[in-house]
Design a protein around this ligand. Structure first.
Ligand code: MCA
Ligand code: AMP
Length: 505
């Protein structure tokens, strides 16, 4: 039984009258509805000619319908490929050309634009799905039969492809198998002691590992419920907290809650667990949260390519500034970045990961895949150290990456988009500490004309090229960039120089 859906259903079908999703308007979705609606989507996919192994690209706003489509894809053996709704047409062209989906599911409001992308990209078919269950795919699904025999899959067969950007070149599609997702869901369920009595406050996006796999699969694996909010809005989250038992979030969620005078012990007294990940949780935020709320946030560490790797313990010390211990069944080594040799305990090296959680490779990029593994371990690009008790701390990154509000931004991609502009001679993109987002994207530009000083001109030119979260929060101008003897831009120096750009919390 290696189809992820079959494994989840074997557990949750013990009680199909339980609630899976609470919607913001008070409506609910029962586990019985999960069975029938995912079957309808699986049948609709079949009617559209989507076969086993075909990619289904999905760029829609967060909704319970989208989750039913995800499960329908699993059941039909199709490969679910979620995309951030913030991606521009230019970005989408690349994903479509690379993944060659046989179906693209778009938000009804933007379907025309997707259709206009053209056949050159290999796009075969566009259907629509809206948050209230409207759209052509939804209509087809609602009329389709409510039963479907979930197809058998092998452990390594693909369940999903998630695109992740890279330091060089374009995004790579991380191929995740049914077994990758299942192993992680059950490990986390057991470690974090999820049960059918849990109610997860879900305010994360569902096009990434955190909101889609960690939050949703763990809830399904335990037969629990989720309060599905469209996005993180502090007021709505505060209003929903009294009905929840667990929350998962990026550090910005916790920073924003702490910014509310009304946030404190009374609101969260009944909560069982707060989990943080996707970006570093500052130790002072951890401590302030514990003092104010009476809960030690449980920080864990993961990647798109590997799902979750480490977690602070459920029982025992949740150490601020650490990402905890390797998950059961996951091997982690701290290696010499140059040689791959394992380093003595306490030394800083690159974090390398091996286990059933580690992906199947990058879609159609065997060389890139090979380059990121050694001795069977995946090279994360994160720098860390392990203490005497086995707790791992992430102390830096080998990869040139900015994490803003839990979203990853690769400077090379932003530099390329800005560097193409006529007004720009040279540009360096860096991450600067930001009180709300953790880090914020900043561009330092050397203009061709020394008198040029028009940040709005540059940001305007980026609007159609880059998703909003990748666009710089500030664009600064300078006569020259600091460089080393090899002519390489000294980003650390630039970061230090601009470190106080954003006011403190
Ligand atoms: C939104 N904007 C952003 C971000 N989010 N800009 C930079 N960084 C961001 N993260 C844009 C909006 O489009 C908006 O643009 C403007 O910034 C102001 O948005 P604001 O209202 O302040 O933000 P928000 O919409 O409230 O969003 C902030 C957020 C959100 C709640 C932190 O970014 C979020 O939900 N992040 C979670 C990301 C996540 O799930 N990552 C997991 C990746 P305009 O003003 O033009 O409209 S999975 C992963 O990393 C691994 C596997 C793991 O370990 O989990
Ligand atoms: P992505 O591949 O987009 O899913 O992002 C994964 C990256 O997020 C990791 O390689 C880390 O750099 C970072 N990350 C995830 N969780 C944490 C955490 N708890 N602390 C620090 N960095 C994290």
């Amino acid at each position: 039984m290696t189809n992820l859906y079959s494994r989840l259903a074997a557990d949750f079908s013990a009680d199909l009258d339980r609630i899976f999703v609470w919607l913001p308007d008070g409506r609910v979705l029962l586990y019985a509805d999960v069975e029938t609606q995912s079957a309808r989507y699986a049948n609709a996919l079949g009617a559209l000619g989507v076969g086993i192994g075909d990619r289904v690209a999905v760029q829609v706003e967060k909704s319970a319908e989208m989750l039913m489509l995800y499960l329908g894809c699993l059941r039909a053996g199709a490969v679910f490929l979620p995309l951030n709704p913030a991606y521009t047409i230019g970005e989408l062209e690349y994903f479509i050309g690379d993944a060659e989906p046989s179906l693209f599911v778009a938000d009804p409001a933007v379907a025309d634009k997707i259709g206009a992308i053209g056949s050159g990209t290999g796009l075969v078919r566009v259907e629509t799905l809206g948050t209230a269950g409207e759209g052509t795919l939804a209509a087809l699904a609602h009329q389709a039969p409510p039963r479907f025999d979930t197809v058998a899959r092998n452990a390594d067969d693909l369940a999903a492809i998630l695109y992740t950007s890279g330091t060089t070149g374009r995004s790579k599609g991380a191929m995740l198998s049914h077994d990758n997702l299942a192993s992680n869901a059950y490990t986390l369920r057991d470690l974090w002691q999820f049960t059918a009595d849990d109610v997860l406050l879900h305010a994360l996006p569902i096009f990434h590992t955190h909101g889609l796999f960690v939050a949703t699969n763990v809830t399904l694996a335990s037969g629990g419920a989720m309060i599905l909010l469209p996005r993180f809005e502090t007021e709505a989250v505060m209003a929903a907290l009294p009905r929840a038992t667990v929350m998962m979030g990026v550090p910005t969620f916790y920073i924003r809650l702490l910014g509310e005078a009304g946030f404190g012990r009374d609101l969260v007294a009944h909560m069982r667990l707060f989990i943080s990940g996707s970006a570093p949780l500052a130790p002072d935020v951890h401590r302030e949260f514990e003092a104010r709320a009476g809960h030690a946030i449980l920080e864990r560490y993961g990647m798109t390519e590997t799902n979750m790797n480490t977690s602070n313990p459920y029982h025992g010390d949740r150490k601020p500034g650490t990402v905890g211990l390797p998950l059961p069944g996951v091997d982690i080594r701290i290696a010499d970045p140059a040689t791959g040799g394992e380093l003595p305990q306490g030394e800083v090296g690159v974090i390398e990961i091996r286990g059933p959680n580690v992906f199947q490779g990058y879609w159609r990029q065997p060389e890139k895949t090979a380059a990121e593994f050694r001795d069977g371990f995946f090279i994360s690009g994160d720098l860390g150290r392990c203490d005497q008790r086995g707790y791992i701390s992430i102390v830096g990154r080998q990869k040139d990456l900015i994490i803003a509000g839990g979203f990853n931004v690769y400077p090379a991609e932003v530099e390329e988009a800005i560097g193409e502009l006529d007004a720009v001679r040279e540009v360096a993109v860096i991450g600067i500490p930001h009180p709300d987002l953790g880090e914020a994207v900043v561009a330092v530009v050397v203009p061709r004309d020394p008198g040029y000083n028009d940040p709005a001109g540059i940001s305007g030119a980026l609007a159609d090229k880059l998703a909003r979260f990748k666009q710089p929060r500030q664009i600064l101008f300078t006569a020259e960039l600091p460089k080393n003897a090899m002519g390489k831009v000294q980003k650390a120096e630039l970061r230090n120089y601009h470190a106080a750009l954003f006011t403190t919390r």
